[in-house]
Design a protein around this ligand. Structure first.
Ligand SMILES: NC(=O)c1ccc[n+]([C@@H]2O[C@H](COP(=O)([O-])OP(=O)(O)OC[C@H]3O[C@@H](n4cnc5c(N)ncnc54)[C@H](OP(=O)(O)O)[C@@H]3O)[C@@H](O)[C@H]2O)c1
Length: 303
């Protein structure tokens, strides 16, 4: 079965990596009202219950059906052992108050010691990895969820081209989506080309560079295009991402920013070229190196 050609995912997605429970609820509501229809969560964000609560109330109030939205969540590193995949999936589904998922992703390619502690560390503070399970073992358990009709599609996150290729080549059900950090400082062009060739959706996270300042939102190329086109720097960055053929996830927290981020435009070709010519390279999230999530602190990077 090849699911990649049939999956329809809204290109503009709302991410729920929000530490505060009350803000998760209001931001999810604002996103739904602004027009976002893709909601991206994770077991690791520890707020699936709040996302589920906000979606349930939001669908009811706004007369939107479950089928009109696309919900993604992710399997955490401590649940990579095949026998832990379905229970972890079911627990997420319950917290989200849903009876199926549109997309389930393996959050990172790193397996951590199985158990309830999401961030298992030894006495020296080092992450305890699990060497008894491979990414492919976990992938096979993910395929079973599709077979059982519990989720429409499965995919990977925070993988590099080599890891993606290995799974792609051995998989019975090919990854439908790959979620990675991407923006003009981290275009991931090679990975994007592979995805386009294989019909995999490339889903960019941190398209605004996570709002870290100084950073992308203040880049002079971006701000000059924004003033020329009378749009905001955020709208320019989000438009660039969509126009180069990626789907994206952004996390506006206020009603005003939800509307702003949903209101993107078609960029003229010269603006696309100017952005493509930015030479600065910066990764803002270190999760791909260790499996431990975390953005670099504000002010750490001088753009
Ligand atoms: N797979 C993974 O490992 C992984 C890792 C990270 C994220 N993600 C997913 O990707 C989603 C998006 O990532 P992200 O949160 O980094 O996205 P982002 O949209 O690049 O950054 C969000 C931050 O940008 C600021 N912002 C939002 N809209 C703005 C606007 N219009 N103007 C100025 N600043 C604005 C906000 O800062 P304020 O704090 O000022 O509101 C917000 O915290 C996450 O929610 C999560 O679902 C996945």
């Amino acid at each position: 079965m090849d699911q990649t050609n049939t999956l329809k995912m809204p290109m503009l997605g709302f991410g729920t990596l929000i530490p505060d429970a009350a803000t998760t609820i209001t931001a999810t509501k604002y996103a739904l009202e602004a027009g976002f229809r893709h909601f991206d969560g994770a077991e690791r964000y520890r707020n699936e219950s709040e996302v589920g609560e906000a979606l349930k109330a939001g669908l009811l109030t706004n007369g939107i059906t479950r089928e009109e939205i696309f919900v993604t969540t992710k399997l955490w590193n401590t649940n990579h052992r095949p026998e832990r995949v379905e229970p972890a999936f079911e627990a997420s589904l319950k917290r989200l108050q849903l009876d199926y998922l549109d997309l389930y992703l393996i959050h990172t390619p790193f397996a951590f010691q199985p158990g309830e502690e999401q961030d298992p560390r030894d006495e020296n503070g080092n992450v305890i990895y699990d060497n008894e399970v491979t990414l492919y073992d976990t992938w096979k358990a993910m395929e079973r969820l599709v077979d059982l009709g519990k989720c429409r599609a499965i995919g990977l996150s925070d993988v590099n081209l080599q890891q993606l290729t290995e799974i792609y080549e051995s998989a019975r059900i090919k990854p439908a989506v790959v979620q990675v950090e991407s923006h003009p400082y981290l275009p991931e062009t090679e990975l994007l080309e592979f995805c386009k060739e294989k019909g995999i959706i490339f889903l960019a996270f941190a398209p605004l560079g996570h709002g870290i300042r100084p950073g992308l939102l203040e880049n002079p190329v971006i701000t000059a295009i924004a003033s020329r086109l009378q749009k905001t720097p955020a709208q320019i960055l989000l438009s660039w991402a969509i126009q180069r053929g990626t789907a994206l996830l952004t996390t506006p927290k206020t009603e005003e920013r939800a509307r702003e981020n949903f209101n993107i435009l078609h960029l003229p070709e010269d603006a696309m070229e100017e952005i493509n010519s930015i030479e600065t390279r910066q990764r803002y999230n270190q999760v791909v190196k260790t499996g431990s999530p975390g953005f670099i602190p504000q002010g750490f990077f001088n753009a």
